[in-house]
Design a binder for this molecule. Structure first.
Ligand code: FES
Length: 293
């Protein structure tokens, strides 16, 4: 009951979060597009894990401590916890905006609500910090500064709830192959096209069917390289992307790049490697493939 009411409440914010999100997206997409290496650093490609998720726990924990220090009449500790918490919040926000630069649809709408709440919490915390530094140590729960920290934490918690929704409900930044097992069985491979000689066309991306899965292939002479066709980032069809130098495929949706030989992600926004497959000729003609371990 409560969950449904919260979903309705979040959905109702679409009136403003959708247009605002589209505007912010255009700017952030352009901005991070200018520096893909920085974007990769911030999204966490080097870590193989979304950085934003790693960085959000610190400010929440530290800013909760501010309330505890205020309650126990430790104004100096509360002041420093607040200052460090704000810095941690800023770090998490920068990583979050890098993720935001490649969101779509409902996830973008929710992410806009999430970041708006977080920015609101940040402003409340900054006011609280300003009051604390301007007037010297405050008494426990005396003056507006501690109350502002409590208000900030409530807004922060609401923002964290919406952020959780973006990931756990809408699946943003979730590995699209999280539940795919690594089978060792060879399965018949059916390329969507073959040339007049019955071979997989060389030098370009070719879609293929492997049981219930779709793969993207390239052929280099006798060697056939294969990846799962569904991009690990958000499900883009890799066979509709571009084949780049060095046998790298670029996703058509947000331009993540994967090495065809082993699925290694070489450019974000994806932070996950792509499942790779080995292909061999099948007895009696055709090909068969299985997922690499
Ligand atoms: S779906 Fe986003 S990069 Fe492929």
């Amino acid at each position: 009951m409560l969950a449904r009411w919260l979903v309705r409440l979040m959905d109702a914010q679409g009136v403003w979060s959708r247009p605002l999100g589209d505007l912010a997206f255009r700017f952030l997409h352009w901005f991070f597009g200018l520096m893909p290496a920085v974007r990769d650093l911030l999204v966490g490609r080097w870590l193989g894990h979304p950085m934003h998720a790693v960085l959000t726990d610190a400010p929440i924990g530290i800013l909760f401590l501010v309330i505890v220090f205020d309650l126990f009449a430790m104004p100096e500790a509360a002041f420093w916890a607040l200052a460090i918490g704000i810095l941690a919040m800023l770090a998490a926000a920068v990583a979050g905006f890098a993720d935001y630069a490649d969101t779509d649809g409902k996830a973008r709408e929710r992410a806009t609500l999430h970041s708006t709440l977080m920015l609101l919490a940040l402003v409340v915390y900054l006011v609280s910090l300003g009051l604390r530094s301007g007037k010297g140590p405050v008494d426990a729960m005396g003056g507006p500064a501690p109350w502002l920290s409590i208000a900030g934490f409530l807004i922060l918690s609401a923002g964290a709830y919406v952020g959780g929704d973006v990931v756990y409900v809408l699946g943003n930044m979730v590995n699209r192959h999280a539940f795919r097992g690594a089978g060792t069985k060879w399965i018949s491979l059916e390329p969507a096209e073959v040339d007049v000689a019955g071979a997989i066309p060389e030098g370009r991306l070719v879609k293929a069917k492997l049981g219930i899965n779709h793969l993207v292939l390239i052929r280099n002479g006798e060697r056939i390289l294969a990846l799962h066709d569904t991009c690990a980032h958000a499900g883009g069809p890799l066979n509709e992307g571009r084949l780049l130098e060095g046998d790298v495929v670029e996703c058509p949706w947000h331009a993540s790049r994967y090495r065809m030989s082993d699925g290694l992600v070489v450019r974000g926004p994806s932070v996950y490697d792509q499942p790779a497959y080995e292909v061999r000729p099948r007895e009696g003609g055709g090909w068969e493939a299985r997922r690499r371990s």
